[in-house]
Design a binder for this molecule. Structure first.
Ligand SMILES: *Cc1c(COP(=O)(O)O)cnc(C)c1O
Length: 341
């Protein structure tokens, strides 16, 4: 199987398995796991924030951030295609009692300052008030778009001017940084908190990081416990996470493979894919008269993994376990898959 469903399907390297075996551990709920403490310190430094918290998943990181930044009943302003709205089981409502106000950010993938000002609601007798602006970089559902820092800054500045804090869902933050040649600390300089995944593209088996001010992280630590994310000898999984932090540069390879994949897909009659910024390729198969579900099934029969993203839109995601040769082989198989209709 050439598995292009996600960059989460990678298997940990031998070095990661050894690091897990040899990790120095303690009870992290007591703050006594030296490996987790080291990971949190190094992760905070990597994004230039005061502190960081190791969490089991990106979803939990985003949900903790929403809970910490807001009060029950407030609104969260967010792009209508954001992961936190589409793929997190309505957690904002279930876990934090938030009302979601969406904006259509289109291909820009981040709200303009005007959209922020129009979307923020001031608290009064009738209106709940906006508690948080949430941004996403890279933007998954919009095709792995790498958003330039100036656009993040412009949205964040508009929110801050209205007293609204900003959280960045940076599940693939380092993909954005590598694509843009941006320094991670600069990329998140003007957001109050950021979540990034160690388990996507960087090869770790488990885990994400939530970073922000000391005060934010100490409140986040309590909410992590509340949400059931307090882990004991978590150094076993944090140790591969530490190695993952050193794997950022390798993401360029995934981006190159994604560009090759998109170029090849465009040569298959009936398929069209925009040139990707990062490691996510979205392909439209409507001209081939094939729905995404049909394309996914036909690819699976030929042992290529991909995922339906819309009625006629399918996502392919390059990752560490997929080589350039695999991409070429996958293209041959996809061409055969499209030929069956
Ligand atoms: C994958 C993803 C998440 C959630 O991460 P999990 O570790 O799968 O819970 C959040 N946001 C974005 C943009 C993602 O792609």
């Amino acid at each position: 199987m050439i598995d292009l469903r996600s960059d989460t399907v990678t298997r940990p390297s031998d070095a990661m398995r050894e690091a897990a075996r040899d990790a120095d551990v303690g009870d992290d709920v007591y703050g006594e796991d030296p490996t987790v403490n080291e990971l949190e310190a190094r992760a905070a430094e990597k994004v230039g924030k005061e502190a960081a918290l190791y969490v089991p998943s990106g979803t939990m990181g985003n949900q903790i951030a929403a809970r910490v930044h807001t009060d029950c009943g407030q609104e969260i302003l967010v792009d209508e295609e954001a992961h936190v709205v589409k793929w997190e089981l309505g957690g904002l409502a279930q876990l934090s009692g938030l009302q979601v106000r969406t904006v259509d950010c289109g291909a820009r993938a981040v709200p303009t300052p005007e959209q922020v000002r129009a979307g923020v609601v001031a608290e009064d007798l009738h209106r709940p008030g906006t508690g948080l602006l949430e941004l996403e970089n890279t933007h998954n559902s919009r095709g792995g778009v790498a958003i330039p820092t100036e656009r993040i800054d412009a949205a964040a500045d508009a929110a801050h001017a209205l007293g609204v804090p900003v959280h960045l869902d940076g599940a693939r933050l380092f993909n954005a940084c590598v694509a843009l040649g941006e320094d991670p600390t600069r990329a998140v300089e003007n957001v109050d908190s950021v979540m990034f995944c160690l388990s996507k593209g960087l090869g770790a088996p488990v885990g994400s990081v939530l970073a922000g001010s000391e005060e934010f992280v100490s409140r986040a630590r309590r909410v992590r416990k509340l949400f059931g994310g307090g882990m004991r000898q978590a150094g076993i999984v944090a140790a591969p996470g530490l190695l993952a932090l050193s794997n950022v540069d390798r993401l360029a390879e995934d981006h190159e493979n994604a560009r090759a994949l998109a170029a090849g897909l465009n040569e298959i009659p009936g398929l069209s894919a925009p040139e990707p910024d990062t490691n996510i390729v979205v392909v439209d198969s409507s001209a081939a008269g094939m729905t995404a579900a049909e394309l996914v099934a036909a690819c699976e029969e030929r042992r290529v993994g991909c995922g339906a993203f819309g009625e006629y839109v399918t996502r392919f995601c390059t990752n560490w376990d997929v080589t350039r040769e695999d991409v070429d082989e996958a293209l041959d198989r996809i061409e055969a898959a499209v030929g069956v209709v």
